[in-house]
Write a protein that binds this ligand. Structure first.
Ligand SMILES: O=C(O)CCC(=O)C(=O)O
Ligand SMILES: [Fe+2]
Length: 309
């Protein structure tokens, strides 16, 4: 076998060093400033980087209701705009208690996020609106009971719903460029379930993605039906066994408890979806579980057009 001579190795090394000498200043003074000026302003403000490539990971199987190639976060059949209409908050809870479960991704457990009266009201108003839930694979929406067996109901924006929208905004510090999706109640009867999926879709570069999820338990008159996160570790401490199934062998499972909510962020600071947010609704074995999804979308504003002066 021929081996390279010491002099050819030295010449390759010197070619490489010469290339680096040219490339480093070109990167620092040309490529990097170009990439930064291309990045939408808001992404830079929030510490989000440019170059978001939605195809860098698989499109997640997720709830239907939108088509990432035609995102209109001004469409009020899909988004609840903050139109400043004041809402009275009938039956609002006295306050909620928050427990930190994970810092990265951010996952918080919220006790008493909705009061009993609010939960009952939302369940009653959804009763005549349920239709079979659908899944969306990035191309088509369809009913697929092997993946998701439940019914869902789009909630009218009455006072209680508007109060919850504002609660969700306030919880997230009134973060700019955040849009609350119209809310859906989701009802699982016996054997109802939702297989593992992400709530994010990798569509940020196409106009927006689900930055965060509140999974609220409105009705928990059931056996089974826990919300399972196989890629998270159960925090230490017996106290968590009030909210988590401490017999779970893989990852962690939240028990459905009426009025309580799980909040998590789906996207990291680079705009990519978190691998750890893979989750499922375990089958309900008896009774009925009702959940409420409150999704917040992040949409980077379009870069301002530069005008000559
Ligand atoms: O019902 C649950 O526990 C989870 C529901 C869910 O993940 C969803 O609707 O996206
Ligand atoms: Fe989900």
């Amino acid at each position: 076998m021929a081996s390279s001579s010491p002099s050819s190795t030295t010449s390759r090394l010197s070619t490489l060093i010469t290339w680096l000498l040219y490339f480093v200043p070109v990167y620092i003074f040309v490529l990097d400033p170009l990439a930064r000026s291309w990045a939408p302003e808001s992404l830079r403000e929030l510490g989000w980087s440019a170059g978001l490539d939605p195809d860098a990971h698989d499109l997640a199987e997720s709830d239907g209701g939108y088509t990432p190639s035609t995102l209109h976060l001004t469409d009020d059949s899909f988004i609840s705009p903050d139109d400043g209409v004041p809402a009275h908050c009938p039956g609002e809870a006295d306050g909620y208690r928050v427990h930190l479960l994970s810092r990265t991704p951010l996952i918080l457990y919220i006790e008493n996020f909705v009061s009993e009266q609010e939960a009952d009201h939302l369940m009653t108003m959804s009763l005549d609106k349920y239709t079979p839930s659908i899944v969306y694979d990035g191309v088509t929406e369809r009913v697929d009971p092997t993946k998701r067996l439940s019914d869902r109901a789009l909630l009218d924006r009455d006072d209680t719903v508007r109060c919850l929208e504002e609660r969700a905004r306030a919880f997230q510090g009134w973060r700019p460029h955040l849009y609350i999706e119209r809310m859906w109640a989701q009802r699982y009867n016996a054997s109802g379930h939702y297989r593992h999926h992400y709530d994010w879709t990798g569509s940020l570069a196409r106009g927006g993605d689900r930055l965060s999820t509140f999974m609220v338990y409105l009705g928990a008159d059931c056996e089974g039906g826990g919300t399972h996160f196989p890629r998270l570790n159960r925090p230490e401490g017996e106290k968590w066994c009030r909210f988590l199934d401490c017999d779970e062998a893989v990852g962690l499972t939240f028990k459905p408890i009426k009025g309580n909510a799980i909040f998590w962020e789906n996207l990291g600071p680079d705009g990519m979806g978190y691998y750890e947010t893979w989750h499922a609704a375990y089958p309900v074995t008896s009774g009925t579980k009702v959940g409420l999804n409150i999704w917040s979308w992040y949409q980077p504003p379009r870069p301002k057009k530069r005008t000559r002066v």
